[in-house]
Design a protein around this ligand. Structure first.
Ligand code: NAD
Ligand code: TYD
Length: 356
């Protein structure tokens, strides 16, 4: 029988990229548990419909009975935990759901995973893994000349989102230290690629450029993020799951630091090239500097040398190749964009940008 893994948040951006590639690899049965919030889209997994390699369950990670029954029913060998509220701006306007899902939900999963793991045979216990997918934002903000975040950088989260993820990381650490649960934590930099909801910088810029709408750049546009193509992140997660040492954390990043304004300018140039008939050319004319995000972290940069050195991972895409692929994907999936840009999406954009 195929080995089963439980993937939480597998209908979201990174989760669906991970589920699609993992279910395609032979010998793994993926059980996706996703609440289908505004950010989750079951159509992302449409190509797996009817597949014996995949089971989709709509539900909340805080539903402990459901989690308990999935772990036992499918004889789960590993949990890969993506489910979270993930957008910093939403955490500023409404932090409560971030505490519920990111902290309470991770606690519920850990409790159920611990009880289940304790019931396994010695072999099952040895090979079981709980991989917690986290972010570089737990480390706080860097100055222009600071070295990149390593696994030893002290935690200093600044947004409610980052604080909720930091809390969940601490719980995962404690469940390994106290109970011996074989956990792994990955802290990754900003991702981009197919299926990202158009509230984050890169897909929002592509969508607005496509529709001839203003492209909002916060503050002076010089905040720096370290960008990684989503497939490279998924590959890192598979590598950590297979080779990572229980109890360890691994930083994941593409060594690709860019100021926001440079990211937006690159997208505008590629849109000029890829949509030559667009009435909005040059797309740079759509850029609008708007009021900054409160508490906006200035710079993130990830040192992923531990993952490269110890587990042999390295990214396949650079920013130039990855961003071109990403724009081409959005241009050829306009029906996906139309389907996620619903009434609720419009309400969010109105609330977020109206007074900026
Ligand atoms: P996303 O917002 O696109 O997807 C989150 C998914 O979780 C959605 O499908 C949603 O329906 C589901 N979900 C939310 N609450 C749930 C709950 N209570 N129960 C079950 N499912 C629930 O997020 P993403 O960008 O794919 O991020 C996935 C994970 O990776 C998150 O934990 C995030 O913190 C982390 N991460 C993201 C990035 C990034 O750049 N996007 C970078 C580093 C780490
Ligand atoms: P985002 O994609 O929200 O990711 P994060 O806040 O997790 O890094 O934002 C990336 C950067 O882009 C961040 O510095 C905020 C900035 N930004 C804008 O300038 N305009 C926007 O409309 C958005 C959504 C983000």
């Amino acid at each position: 029988m195929a080995r089963s893994i439980l993937v939480t948040g597998g209908a979201g951006f990174i989760g669906s990229n991970f589920v699609l590639r993992t279910a395609a690899a032979s010998g793994v049965h993926v059980v996706t548990l996703d609440k289908l919030t505004y950010a989750g889209n079951v159509h992302n997994l449409a190509t797996l419909r009817g597949s014996s390699e995949h089971t989709f369950v709509q539900g909340d990670i805080q539903d402990r009975e459901l989690v308990r029954s999935l772990l036992r029913t499918y004889d789960i060998a590993a949990v890969v935990h993506f489910a979270a509220e993930s957008h910093v701006d939403r955490s500023i306007l409404g932090p409560e759901e971030f505490i519920r899902t990111n902290v309470g939900g991770t606690f519920a999963l850990l409790e159920e995973a611990k009880t289940y793991w304790q019931s396994l045979s010695a072999d099952g216990k040895n090979s079981f893994r709980f991989l917690h997918v986290s972010t570089d934002e737990v480390y706080g903000s860097l100055g222009p000349n600071d070295p990149a975040f390593t696994e030893n950088t002290p935690y200093a989260p600044n947004s409610p989102y980052a604080a909720s993820k930091a809390s969940s990381d601490h719980l995962v650490r404690a469940y390994h230290h106290t109970y011996g649960l074989p956990t792994l934590t990955s802290n990754c930099s900003n991702n981009y690629g197919p299926y990202q909801f158009p509230e984050k910088l890169i897909p929002l810029t592509i969508l607005n450029a496509l529709n001839g709408k203003a492209i909002p750049v916060y503050g002076d546009g010089k905040n720096v993020r370290d960008w990684l193509y989503v497939e490279d992140h998924c590959d890192a997660i598979s590598t950590i799951l297979k080779l990572g040492k229980p109890g360890e954390t691994y930083n994941v990043g593409g060594s690709s630091e860019k100021a926001n304004i440079d990211v937006v300018n690159t997208i505008c140039e590629l849109m000029d090239e890829l949509v030559p008939g667009s009435p909005s050319r040059p797309h740079k004319n759509l850029i609008k500097f708007v009021t900054d995000r409160p508490g906006h972290d200035r710079r993130y940069a990830v040192d992923a040398s531990k993952l490269r050195r110890e587990l042999g991972w390295q990214p396949q895409e650079n920013f130039r190749s990855g961003i071109r692929k990403t724009i081409e994907w959005y241009l050829s999936h306009k029906e996906w964009l139309d389907s996620v840009v619903s009434g609720a999406y419009k309400d969010w954009i109105a609330a977020q940008y109206a007074t900026r």
